[in-house]
Every structure is written in C-alpha cells, then in structure tokens.
Design a protein around this ligand. Structure first.
Ligand SMILES: Cc1ncc(COP(=O)(O)O)c(C=O)c1O
Length: 446
C-alpha cells in the first residue's frame, strides 16, 4: 500500500503486535490516524481530533513542521549515516553545544542516546562508572521512587515504580535498588501547582541512607514532576531537600526530564522551574519534536572529567553507546527544533499559557466521577473514579474522549493533558470543552 492509500484500513491488522495497547480491543475497533497538522490529527474516518497531549508529550511545536522535515531530508541527502564510535560528524557537536546552553549550571557534557529509556539506563550507568573511576566502586545502590516512570529498559523499570511492570518483571529487575514513597498525599487533592505539605517525604532518602549506608548509594533518580503516572507535582521544598540529602552523602542526583524537559514546566527544564540542580539530567521526546527518536543525557563537567582522566591514553573511557547515538537524521531534526524553540520563543509561550490552561483544567472539578486534578506548567492530570479494576475507567474514558474529538494519554485511571506550546487560547478552550463532553459522556454510560 503506498502513502496515498494509507488513509484506509490496512489489509491486515494481525501481524503488528502493538505496544502498550489492548491489541484485541484495538483490532476490533481500530483508531488509526492518517494526518497531523498543527494541533490536530485526522483519523481514518476523516474525523478531526485535537491533540491534548502533544502526541506522547513529545510534540510541543505541533505537527507537520516543514522546517524539521526539510532539515532531515537535506541531511539524508548529504550524509545519511556515520558510525558514532571513534568517528563522528559536525552536527552532533553542534546540537550538544546548543543543548548545553539550556541545561542548568555546568551540566554541559551531552551523551546522545536513542530515546528516553536508553537515556535513563545511560544515566544510571554513568553514575556507576563515575564512582568506579573515582575509586568509590562500593557505591552500587540506586534509589528511585514509587510511581516513577523511567522507560521500559531493565534499569528504568528497576528504579521506576509502575506496579504492573514491577509485578511482571520482578525476576529480572536490577539488584540494589530502593524506592522513596511517591509524593501525592490524600490531603493534596485538587491542588494547583506545588502542594504546601509533604516536603518531609524527601526524608525517605535519609532513612534509606541510614539503612544501607549513604556512602554506598551512587544515585537517586526522580522525575521533577512524575509525568506518566499522572502529573504528581512535588510538594514545596521536596526537591530542595532531596538535593541537600544527596549532598550530605555524596549521592548523585539524577533528574529524569524526558517529559518535563524543554519547556513543559515553563522553563527549559524542571530543574530551573523548581530551582534545584541535579548532577545528571535525561531528556528525549521534545528534543526532535518527537519526529525522529533521540535522547540525551547531560552530566556535570566533573563527572566527564573524572571518567576521561581515569582512562589510559587512547583507551575508551566509557564502555557504552548505541548504533543510533546521535545519528545524522535525528540530529538534523534536533537542530531544526532548536531553531523553532528560539524563533518562536516556545518555552516562554508555554509559561505564559500555563495559568490559562490550568484554570481551564480545574473548571472540570465539578464533574461527578472526577476525583482529583493536579497540574504544573503545561501538564495536568485528571483522576477518575475507579471502575471494577484499575485502568478500566481510564481506558473507556479515553475512548469516549476520542469519540468526542480529543486525543490524549491515559495511564491507569488518570487522564494526562499536555497541550502543544503552539496552542492558542481557543485551542485550550476546545480541549477543556471536549474533556468535559468526553468525561461526562463516559460517566453517563456507566
Ligand atoms: C520520565 C520518563 N523517562 C523515560 C521515558 C521513556 O522514554 P522512551 O519512551 O522514549 O523510551 C519516559 C516516557 O514517557 C518518561 O516519561
């Protein structure tokens, strides 16, 4: 089937085993997209849907960006692939430099990966390898957090706290991982922005350090705002306290900014939005507006220097990398996206639209069945009353929203709303109106 005909149903839906999908249900009633432009998708029935989650939190510049398309095309014409080990090409250096202008403090050493999951595993390996190089190989424990999402590789699911993952794969999780409690307290329902209470939850790190010895912990990894689990905004002072405890024991603080990075929190990174600087920071998704897979890990300069200085001359310092680490077409998309961020002042647009968006989101509080709303920057979570099992309400409501002309991501019984930064007020209004229709229709049918 050639491109022109791809707005029809494929000849067979059977062979493609879809990720994170109820395959049986989908194949009985497929939802196929055939076109994307600006903040809208068109499905194979010809219906228009507003994109309320920037794809999968990765397309803040909206869809169909010609600048990215042209840059990738040109790059592929000139140099389509170069192996990234012991060789390179200028684009990846240029992109690393541009990224380092936005990363906080001296997190200026940029390691390219393929996606968010590989960025997380790279960050964990960086921490372990750094301490080995420093002569502190005994630091082999990693602390993550309940309800954290750090991608789907073994490292990420080990430090993450998504229950279904941990149950299914418990036999192959990384050893020596520990988890802080998540940051959502029952008293903090329907709180816009950072809750006033709960800073003390960061003391869990102190407790774990007391239990296994802080000198044995290599890193603590958290998302500044837990995104995929449904926008859990940290209580005031919580991230600052984590930073203090890390400093006390010499633990590296890793911020997983795969969602919160590149403007979602109203600043380049969540780090700047919350005023806390990690030692290592991961990013992906918006780096290329989601159109070509690319992730990156930013590390403090002393981490790079320690590892590079510890290796003999001519030896590889970090035994790590991927065939697709910073390949030309991904980098071309990343460079074009950097231009868009700059020319369209996208990060400030996100910051300016945030109050309007969050105010709109919180008007949905009155819908019977909505049990909590949270939000920060251009991201919010709406919890739904659970049906007979977790996830059923979320999925059925997602389908009801799709029928109402809105596309978003549902996790469990939470709807995650994260509009593109190019959204105008009329688009935010449309998102809120369609959320109301889709959620109300879902509960009416119960
Ligand atoms: C915080 C965080 N880390 C890692 C990942 C994994 O990214 P990817 O799906 O690109 O591997 C995600 C994906 O949503 C994420 O939200």
């Amino acid at each position: 089937m050639d491109l022109e005909n791809r707005n029809e149903l494929p000849n067979s839906l059977e062979e493609h085993w879809m990720p994170f999908t109820s395959n049986r249900d989908f194949k009985d009633n497929p939802r196929l997209m055939v076109k994307a432009e600006g903040v809208y998708y068109t499905d194979h029935h010809g219906n228009q849907l507003i994109d309320a989650s920037s794809g999968l939190f990765c397309s803040p510049a909206g869809h169909g960006r010609k600048e990215i398309r042209d840059a990738v095309y040109k790059q592929l014409e000139q140099l389509d692939y170069v192996q990234p080990f012991q060789q390179g090409y200028n684009g990846s250096f240029e992109l690393a430099r541009k990224i380092s202008k936005h990363t906080p403090d001296d997190l200026n050493k940029i390691f390219f990966t393929m996606c968010g999951s590989s960025a997380v595993d790279t960050a964990i390996k960086t921490a372990i390898a750094y301490f080995k190089a420093k002569g502190e190989g005994h630091r082999h424990h990693i602390v993550g957090r309940e309800r954290g999402y750090h991608g789907m590789n073994i490292g990420g699911i080990s430090v993450g706290g998504m229950v279904a993952n941990r149950k299914t794969f418990s036999s192959i999780l990384m050893p020596n991982t520990h988890h802080l409690r998540h940051t959502h307290l029952p008293e903090n329902t329907f709180v816009k922005g950072e809750p006033e209470t709960g800073e003390y939850l960061a003391d869990d790190l102190e407790r774990i350090a007391g239990h296994i010895g802080g000198e044995n912990i290599a890193a603590c990894i958290v998302e500044p705002v837990a995104g995929s689990t449904g926008t859990l905004v940290p209580p005031k002072g919580y991230l600052q306290k984590l930073r203090q405890i890390c400093d006390k024991y010499g633990i590296l603080l890793i911020f997983d900014e795969v969602i919160t990075g590149w403007g979602r929190m109203g600043e380049a990174f969540g780090s700047q939005a919350f005023g806390v600087t990690p030692d290592i920071l991961t990013m992906a998704k918006a780096v290329t507006n989601g159109v070509v897979p690319l992730g990156a890990v930013a590390s403090r300069e002393h981490i790079y220097d320690t590892m590079v200085d510890a290796a003999p001359n001519g030896a590889i310092e970090f035994f790590h990398g991927y065939t697709y680490s910073g390949i030309p077409c991904a980098v071309a998309a990343g460079l074009a996206m950097q231009d868009i961020f700059e020319k369209e002042d996208l990060i400030n647009r996100s910051k300016e639209m945030s109050p309007y968006f969050l105010d709109g989101l919180f008007t949905l509080k009155d819908i019977d069945g909505v049990t909590d709303i949270r939000g920060y920057g251009m991201m919010g979570g709406i919890d739904l009353r659970m049906d007979e099992r977790p996830g059923k309400a979320g999925y059925n409501c997602f389908k009801s929203l799709f029928a109402a002309g809105l596309s978003l991501k549902a996790t469990g019984d939470c709807l995650i709303v994260a509009p593109p930064f190019i959204s105008e007020k009329k688009h935010i209004d449309e998102i809120i109106e369609k959320l109301r229709t889709g959620i109300t229709n879902y509960f009416k049918d119960q």
